[in-house]
Design a protein around this ligand. Structure first.
Ligand code: HAM
Length: 417
């Protein structure tokens, strides 16, 4: 037997109902917010992620699946969706005809992280971006869109954590203050954070190693270093969220794992999963589009992890249960062909219909009907064919009625509506 790759997973039919429920809810919510779908490749040139996400991030440094193809080109499986979406937007000059673009994509991402419950090497994201609008109200709208997807899918017990990571200018000053503060602790930091001191010191605030937690406990916070325009922007985002009743928790130590963020940054954390396994996150990026060769406009977006969302939904929701409209129980070999024709006739009228053509006993077929969640079982045998009538059993009430062969749709669909 050849096994799955470690950290990858199958979505088996028992789970796929829940999966499609989440995807359908997300899609209809995002379309209501005016986002349109974009589908980009799962593989891009490695350079796109190095430039987009940042060379000094954990994702690019150690978690990408990078290959050299036969043409000696370095390619990587996408660890996230934003860089690929922006590449497509710039490549197709999409902002020229539509200066404010709202796009979403749903699909697999790949990160070679240490697998654990809720952490996979292939995972699926619902990802949305608003490009070309720098108003703080757009940040609030983006947060509201992600919040609404979570609410619509029935995720409960989550909190929204909010921060501003400032712009390049305020971050430059903050970075000096942070490094200055942490310098005396440098040798006691974990090896990763010792490297981060030079490359990406803000990530030290997010490190879970006890020595790094101790070192950064009293460290200066970015919110104390915001310049007046970043402060005003943040105030507007907060008051917009308050005005629509979206509750949030200010989290001045919130640093995202991707380097492109400026100003607003947010995460959705679940009471049980905690910050290391956030359900979703996102924020604003003011220079990424320009850095990827596009116009000098900003964007804001979010990603939600479908596996982590699914973990928070119970299996007993009626929307996840397997169900069909009709199971046609075929009794006896002579009813097989007429049964086959009746199944296709009923499907043409829009019903979901199942049957088994292997001459099974009625008892065995009733078991199958139960397993498939059939609302009605229609029984068709030699007698029914001779009389031109079938017996219809309502599986919920167990009531049985006889109807003419030509009246089945009316009987079933009439009840359905
Ligand atoms: P991210 O926070 O890296 O953001 O990922 C978003 C979500 O993807 C996470 O909150 C989590 O639910 C899920 N996720 C990430 N890694 C894993 C994993 N190994 N296993 C399972 N789920 C995972 C981004 O990717 C940004 N591109 C979001 C964004 C869009 N920001 C602006 N626009």
């Amino acid at each position: 037997m050849i096994n799955l790759i470690k950290g990858f997973h199958d979505i088996l039919p028992d789970q796929s109902q829940k999966w499609s429920f989440i995807v359908n809810k997300a899609r209809s919510c995002l379309e209501r917010f005016g986002f349109r779908e974009i589908v980009t490749p799962v593989m891009e040139r490695t350079e796109l992620f190095q430039r987009g996400i940042g060379q000094a991030t954990d994702i690019v440094e150690k978690e990408m699946y990078t290959f050299e193809d036969a043409g000696s080109e370095s390619l990587s499986l996408r660890p996230e969706a934003t860089a690929g979406i922006l590449r497509a937007v710039v490549e197709h000059s999409m902002l020229r005809s539509e200066p404010v673009l709202k796009l979403f994509t749903i699909g697999p991402m790949f990160r070679r992280e240490r697998p654990s419950k809720g952490r996979f090497r292939q995972f699926f994201q619902i990802n949305a971006e608003i490009l070309g609008d720098d108003s703080p109200l757009t940040d609030a709208e983006t947060i509201l869109a992600s919040y609404t997807v979570l609410k619509d899918t029935g995720v409960s017990d989550f909190a929204l954590e909010l921060n501003s990571v400032g712009c390049k200018d305020c971050r430059h000053i903050y970075r000096l203050a942070l490094v200055n503060y942490l310098n005396p602790w440098r040798s006691s930091l974990c090896p990763d954070c010792q490297r981060r001191m030079d490359a990406n010191p803000m990530r030290i605030l997010d490190c879970k190693e006890p020595e790094c937690v101790a070192a950064s406990r009293e460290a200066p916070l970015i919110t104390e270093y915001l310049d007046s325009s970043c402060r005003d922007h943040f105030e507007c985002v907060k008051s917009a969220l308050n005005s629509i009743g979206v509750q949030f928790r200010l989290e001045p130590r919130l640093v995202r794992g991707l380097d492109y963020y400026t100003r607003t940054a947010f995460e959705f954390v679940h009471a049980q999963l905690g910050r290391t396994k956030a359900i979703g996150g996102g924020g604003r990026y003011d220079s990424l589009i320009g850095e990827l060769g596009g116009p000098d406009v900003s964007g804001v977006g979010f990603g939600l992890g479908i596996e982590r969302l699914a973990m928070n939904l119970t299996d007993d929701n009626p929307a996840f249960l397997r169900k069909i409209d009709v199971f046609l129980a075929i009794i006896g070999a002579s009813a097989l062909n007429p049964g086959f024709e009746l199944v296709s006739r009923l499907r043409r009228s829009g019903l979901s219909v199942e049957a088994r053509y292997s001459n099974m006993s009625l008892k065995a077929q009733m078991k199958v009907a139960d397993r498939l969640g059939a609302q009605w079982v229609i029984m068709l045998g030699e007698n029914e064919l001779a009389e031109g009538k079938v017996t219809i059993r309502d599986m919920a009430t167990k009531a049985q009625t006889q109807v003419g062969l030509d009246d089945i749709e009316r009987a079933v669909m009439g009840e359905k509506s």
